[in-house]
Ligand binder design. Structure first.
Ligand code: ADP
Ligand code: MG
Length: 617
């Protein structure tokens, strides 16, 4: 992952000469090319006046290929040679594709460097080559429209794209004969298109609901710099799912059980057309497989409501990651064709409690922003600068009692950053503390990546919990992490330098992130069990200690009950069932409390009898 991207002013400067540069939105569903002409950024249409190029490539038996609308039209009749949604496969290996789990109608074969390839009539095609065909088509369109060779292009990628996915995109551009001026994050491009970089400082939310993906990004503009505060979303949620919801509704109504691939695509295309028409119309007619049906907007909204709510859930999570509330968001930018759906606009506006920005065509806004940036990078606007900061891809934390990880710097925190947290000792008289630095989203040490270990010595012996150890995490702009621990009373100090972003491949990052989402529930249970055990052990320890000192305060029967409770909890601690441990602890707790109360009374009496009243004055 690139750490810090800075556009040097006038980097490609050639005075008195306007260099042709374009912005390209290489989308999962649709792609666009835009350029700044006479000071205005706009997308470039093809000869037929169409701006959107469906990101579909069809390979023909005669070595020819078609890209765009014509290719998409053939998807139903020639599914194996018509490649759609190739963006999902960029930078992925065969293994990843199996894990993606979406039913793709293609045959894959291993190819270069573990890259998968589609088996087509023209032989094997890698995702990079397919994307290159889309990019080449857009390059040719731009060169024909602008009347010359391009000096370069800014190509947009999702903010969450890892290094492999970004590299694959670059490679595709190279294969297409394009010079990449910069890969720009899609949400940043959208913000630039609205000129938010020239407006007041603040945090903006970019809500991007495309064909097959949903992305939510929070960007902070601060001193002319866009920081990606947090990103979130769902890689398998978009307008296609709206289509699928309609198709299922249709098939259910007409008892269509298992349509073949061709019929399935036909119904889906009809569903898609119906959905798009419903953005303006109150009701539409749907015809497929010899059946005909009427779908109203209200019925459609009921079908997609759960999907829309799912996007809002992701927004909530992203806000939480960034530590923000909805009222701290200045502007909400709507991106992606699916944000045309009135229900989507309505619910997103409600969620953020403000009108959403929709003035710029939601499916052109990313390309427009990229074109503005390309114009700057090509040196046509020597005074402009733009910085984009990076964030920490995975949380950084420390091991605490019971093999748990305490997160100190949560993922998505922009760097540079310094975070301080205080810890204490666990045992009486403890003079050293082992500091274990970890990275990952999971709750348990065993599931995170160990980055470094060091020991803080020279803690003065004190009762457990009395020492104060201040731990400082510092990540500089290059992603270099330094951790130091200081005992506050003596100033004893120890530190270590680690490099969190090195040695962790982006595949690792990806895997760890998706693991954490899938494992969140299991982790919670494991964490609860560990916490229960830590607490139970603390009680056992305290009661045993107290018995040694004050066992005499109990009568024989009481002593027996207490000892039985202790034994019971001791055995229960070996169980992996939280209820077993909790029951045993809950059985012992009242006995332990009563004993503690008895001891307290006894000690107060002793104290009072040994002192004169005047001692208390
Ligand atoms: P991507 O970023 O994935 O390439 P786009 O932003 O181009 O996708 O969005 C494509 C999606 O937008 C498709 O699902 C398409 O059906 C949907 N869409 C386009 N126009 C409309 C419309 N008028 N109403 C509803 N959905 C639309
Ligand atoms: Mg898009």
């Amino acid at each position: 992952m690139a750490l810090l991207q800075i556009a040097e002013p006038g980097q490609f400067q050639a005075p008195h000469q306007h260099r042709l540069a374009v912005g390209i939105d290489l989308g999962t569903t649709n792609s666009l090319v835009a350029a700044v002409r006479s000071g205005k950024a706009a997308t470039l249409p093809d000869a037929a006046g169409r701006h959107l190029l469906p990101s579909v490539v069809r390979y023909l038996p005669d070595q020819g290929r078609v890209v765009g609308e014509e290719a998409r039209a053939a998807a139903a009749t020639d599914p194996l040679n018509t490649i759609i949604s190739v963006k999902r496969l960029m930078g992925r290996g065969l293994e990843d594709i199996r894990k993606l789990g979406t039913e793709m109608p293609y045959r894959f074969r291993p190819s270069l460097q573990g890259m998968p390839a589609f088996e087509t009539v023209q032989g094997d095609k890698t995702p990079v080559e397919v994307s290159a065909d889309i990019l080449r088509h857009l390059r040719e369109r731009a060169e024909a429209t602008l009347g010359g060779e391009l000096a370069g292009a800014v190509i947009t990628v999702p903010a969450y794209f890892d290094e492999a996915q970004r590299q694959a995109t670059r490679d595709a551009a190279t294969v297409a004969g394009l010079k990449v001026l910069r890969l720009l994050n899609e949400p940043t491009a959208a913000a630039v298109a609205y000129g938010l970089d020239h407006q007041a400082e603040g945090v903006h939310a970019i809500y991007d609901l495309g064909g097959g993906t949903f992305d939510i990004s929070l960007l902070r503009l601060h001193q002319g710099v866009f920081e990606v505060l947090a990103t979130g979303g769902d890689a398998a949620l978009g307008g296609d799912d709206f289509d699928r919801a309609i198709a299922l509704w249709f098939m259910k109504r007409h008892g269509i059980d298992s349509p073949d691939a061709g019929l399935q695509r036909d119904i889906l295309q009809q569903a898609c057309a119906a959905k798009e028409a419903l953005t303006a119309a109150e009701s539409v007619t749907l015809a497929a497989a010899g059946y005909q049906d009427e779908l109203t907007r209200a019925e459609f909204e009921a079908l997609i409501m759960p999907l829309v709510e799912k996007t809002l859930k992701a927004c909530r999570r992203c806000l939480r990651d960034a530590g923000l509330k909805t009222d701290e968001i200045r502007e909400v930018v709507m991106v992606g064709g699916s944000t045309r759906v009135p229900l989507v606009r309505h619910r997103v506006g409600e969620f953020f409690g403000r009108p959403v920005l929709t003035d710029i065509d939601p499916d052109k806004v990313v390309a427009v922003g990229a074109a503005i940036q390309a114009d700057v990078l090509a040196g046509n606007k020597p005074d402009s600068t733009m910085l984009l900061l990076d964030v920490i891809p995975l949380s950084l934390g420390l091991e605490t009692m019971g093999g748990l990880v305490e997160k100190i710097v949560p993922r998505n925190t922009p760097i540079p950053v310094t975070r301080v947290q205080e810890f204490t000792t666990y045992q009486d008289g403890q003079t050293a503390m082992s500091i274990h630095v970890l990275q990952g989203e999971r709750e348990l040490v065993a599931d995170c990546r160990s980055l470094a270990r060091f020991t803080l010595r020279g803690i003065p012996p004190m009762a457990a919990g009395a020492a104060r150890i201040r731990v400082v995490f510092q990540v500089d702009a290059d992603g270099l992490l330094e951790v130091s621990a200081t005992e506050m009373q003596t100033g004893a100090r120890s530190e270590i330098v680690v490099k969190p972003s090195y040695g962790l491949s982006d595949g690792d990052v990806e895997r760890m992130l998706s693991d954490s989402w899938q494992q969140a529930e299991a982790d919670k249970a494991a964490r609860a069990l560990l916490e229960e055990k830590v607490e139970s052990r603390a009680i056992l320890e305290a009661v045993r200690q107290a018995l040694k000192v004050d066992g005499g305060l109990l009568c024989e029967g009481e002593l027996k009950t207490l000892e039985e409770g202790i034994k019971h909890l001791d055995i229960a601690l070996g169980s992996s069932q939280i209820v077993v441990v909790r029951k045993a602890r809950e059985a012992l707790t009242p006995l332990a409390d009563a004993f503690a109360a008895r001891r307290m009374n006894q000690h107060i009496q002793e104290a009072l009898s040994g002192h004169k009243l005047s001692d208390w004055e």
